[in-house]
Design a binder for this molecule. Sequence first.
Ligand code: KIV
Ligand code: NA
Length: 265
Amino acid sequence: PIKRITCPQISSRKGGTPIVSLTSYHAHTAAIVDRYADFILVGDSLGMVMHGMESTLGVPLDLMIMHGKAVVTGTKRALIVVDMPFGTYEESPEVAFRNAARIMKETGCGAVKLEGGQRMAQTIKFLVERGIPVMAHIGLTPQSSHTMGGFKTQGRVEDSWSGHEQDAQAVSDAGAFAIVLEGMVEPLAAKITRQIPIPTIGIGASVDCDGQILVLEDMLGLNPGVAPKFVKLYGDLGAQIEKSVADYAEEVRARSFPGEDHIYR
Ligand code: KIV
Ligand code: NA
């Protein structure tokens, strides 16, 4: 039987061959990603990507669990990491443990991810000591977009660097097995990557990070909005779906579908 990639295996990849990751939200796309990625993130970006929400703030825990379960079911090799949604971990380490344990038990995933640096260090330690591996996420943290005043690239002024460096150090000291650096100026992400002993996973960060992650639908060209600068388009699925649906509609209206091959004589 193929065993899944573990959190310690991800940690041991520090400074080695870059760690490959993408998000997935459902079984079938996850099965494809599973053949190439080291870990798959069931991110709370699914609120926007799958459910048309305006931000990640309204994503319920139950929704994360539903999609998490689908992705675990559809995969066999990659480590599956599930995001803790806004409001399910910030209040206290105890609340965080209760909700993280639900995610682990009900989805079968291998780790959770939560946003925040120094302010979440105590909670990360609490979870890790109780058997829940935690991936940290610092820099641009979408769940705090209201306090940050929007989605802004972090580290543009060098005065702000030390705060991010301390965030990275704090979550590393607290026992996080890896850390997402999102929307951060390149030299800061590269510096943090050199400073901390756990792998950094970049998104809009640096090619020097120990790994990279993108939202699958974004890189496939399935995001109807304006994609951020850091999204490289590896496909144009939106246009392909559009053409297929338009062809189908035309054929139905013209009575050319169903044809001979698609009916029972
Ligand atoms: O929710 C998400 O997709 C994420 C990644 C962008 C890191 O947190
Ligand atoms: Na997220």
